[in-house]
Each structure stands twice: as structure tokens, then as C-alpha cells.
Design a protein around this ligand. Structure first.
Ligand code: ATP
Length: 262
């Protein structure tokens, strides 16, 4: 019998602040990701989304605050140790190894694992999610299209059989059709495998539809959080994240005037 779950947060950030020299990119960021959910951080260009993910995965050391993963403090730990604990980061812009084959890229994702059978099973599993990767398995990853490279980057993370995947802007540079396809598979991975995901996105529509819980980040601070079902109904979100084009200049003016998220 498993112990009663009193706190199902797999990831907790408390008052995290990170900076690039004198530029404070995130300030006092506190958030939680619960086991089995897709959480999202929405924010416009430069809001600090990527910085949050880099700080979690140990690429940037925070100036203040703490980060807990599966109940252990991972603040400013070596990124390789954080990977070993079961946290994988799919960076913005994919960053696959272009001169390695698709298959070898996938095996790189599994480098910490000793269970060969499990690795073979997971390779089969990612080929089922993204059949094009099976077709291209022997080709250099650099020859894949942008969308296929995104599929490979997500699959490489899955090959580690992680507890948590940090997914940075998967829609970047992709057509709406491909973005939709990739989001559908991300949701399937979450539902079918129970993989917890923290997704950062500028594409608020996609992110809010795919995720369970959302945080809105503005100028490095969390200004709102709620279930995505409730966020989708909020006027500010509708106007400034989901309907900007329709609302046009008037909305932009109101936005500048209002800015009262709470
Ligand atoms: P985008 O969607 O454009 O990637 P973002 O929300 O991910 O934006 P970050 O990349 O986290 O935002 O950037 C947050 C702030 O930190 C921005 O003001 C950005 O200009 C600044 N910044 C990011 N990287 C660096 C860096 N290497 N050196 C200096 N400033 C940086």
C-alpha cells in the first residue's frame, strides 16, 4: 500500500530570482508542478520564461530562492546530477546533435540508464508517438525539418524515462498545423505515461488548451495563476493573450492603462 499523498508537488520554486549580470530576469518566482499534470508558464517575449527553465535545470544559478524536485533541494546543482534525478530539459530551438543519427540522438537521451530492455522499449514507444523518426532513424538529425527536430528533442527527453520534462516553446518556428500535432502528442504522452510536464509558451491558446494549471509571467514576476480552465475564462487573458489581434489597438491601450491582474 502506498502512503497517503499529502503533498503531490513534484517541483517547487520558492521566491526564485535569477539575473544576467545587472539584468534581473526573474524576481520572486514561486510555483509548483503537481505529479502527473501539465503546468504552463505563459508570458510574452522576454518575460523570463526560458530563464525559469534554465534556473530549474541548473544551467543558471539563482541569486535567491530555492528549488525542490521530488522533495530534494536541487538549487544550483550540477545540471548532470539534476538529469540523473529524473528531470529533462527540452531547450528552446531544439538543439539536437546534427551530425549524429536520429537513433544515436535518442540513445544520448538514455545515457544515464542501465536497463537495456527498458531503453529498447522506450525507443519503440517514441517511434510509435513519432513514426517519422523511425523512418529517419539512420539519417543525420541535422537533415530533419524543424518540426521533426522538435519531435526528436522531445523524444530524446523521453528516452531518459524522466519524472519531469521542461519544455521550452515547442511551437517556435513551426506551422500552426505542426504545432497542433506536437501539442496533441505532448498531451498523449502526459495522459498515457503520466509524465509530468512544465511547458513555457508564447502561444497561449495552445498552452492553455493542453495544460491543467497555468502561471502568467510578466517582466519576470508571476502576476496570475489558476487552473487553465479558469484562466481561459478571465477577461484579461482573453483580451491580452487569446484575442490580441481581434481586440487591436484599443486593447493595447487598455492593457497599458489597466495592468491590474489580480
Ligand atoms: P522568449 O520567449 O523571447 O524566449 P522569455 O520569456 O523566455 O522570452 P528570457 O529569455 O528568459 O525570456 O529573458 C528574460 C530577460 O532576460 C529578457 O529581458 C532578456 O533580454 C534577458 N536575457 C536573456 N538571456 C540573456 C543573456 N544571456 N544575457 C543578458 N540578458 C539576457
Amino acid at each position: 500500500m502506498t502512503a497517503p499523498v499529502t503533498d503531490n508537488a513534484v517541483l517547487k520554486l520558492l521566491n526564485v530570482e535569477s539575473a544576467y549580470g545587472p539584468i534581473k530576469a526573474i524576481r520572486g518566482v514561486s510555483l509548483q508542478v503537481r505529479r502527473g499534470e501539465i503546468a504552463t508558464v505563459l508570458g510574452s517575449n522576454g518575460a523570463g520564461k526560458t530563464t525559469i527553465l534554465k534556473t530549474i535545470s541548473g544551467i543558471i544559478d539563482p541569486r535567491k530562492g530555492s528549488i525542490e524536485f521530488k522533495g530534494e533541494n536541487i538549487t544550483a546543482q550540477d545540471p548532470a546530477l539534476i538529469v540523473q534525478r529524473g528531470l529533462m530539459h527540452v531547450p528552446e530551438g531544439r538543439e539536437v546533435f546534427p551530425l549524429l543519427s536520429v537513433r544515436d540522438n535518442l540513445l544520448m537521451g538514455a545515457y544515464t540508464r542501465k536497463d537495456r530492455d527498458g531503453v529498447a522499449r522506450d525507443m519503440e514507444l517514441v517511434f510509435n508517438y513519432f513514426p517519422i523518426l523511425r523512418e529517419r532513424a539512420a539519417q543525420d538529425a541535422g537533415l530533419l525539418s524543424g518540426g521533426q527536430q522538435q519531435m526528436l528533442a522531445i523524444s530524446r527527453a523521453l528516452m531518459a524515462n524522466p519524472d519531469l520534462i521542461l519544455l521550452d516553446e515547442p511551437s517556435l518556428g513551426l506551422s500552426p498545423k505542426l504545432t497542433k500535432e506536437i501539442f496533441e502528442i505532448v498531451v498523449r504522452i502526459n495522459r498515457e505515461r503520466g509524465t509530468t510536464i512544465l511547458l513555457v509558451e508564447q502561444n497561449a491558446n495552445m498552452a492553455l488548451n493542453a495544460s491543467d494549471y497555468g502561471y502568467v509571467l510578466e517582466n519576470g514576476r508571476i502576476v496570475m495563476e489558476d487552473t487553465c480552465a479558469r484562466l481561459r475564462e478571465k477577461d484579461d487573458i482573453k483580451e491580452f493573450y487569446l484575442g490580441m489581434k481581434e481586440a487591436g489597438v484599443r486593447a493595447d491601450r487598455r492593457w497599458k492603462k489597466k495592468k491590474n491582474w489580480r
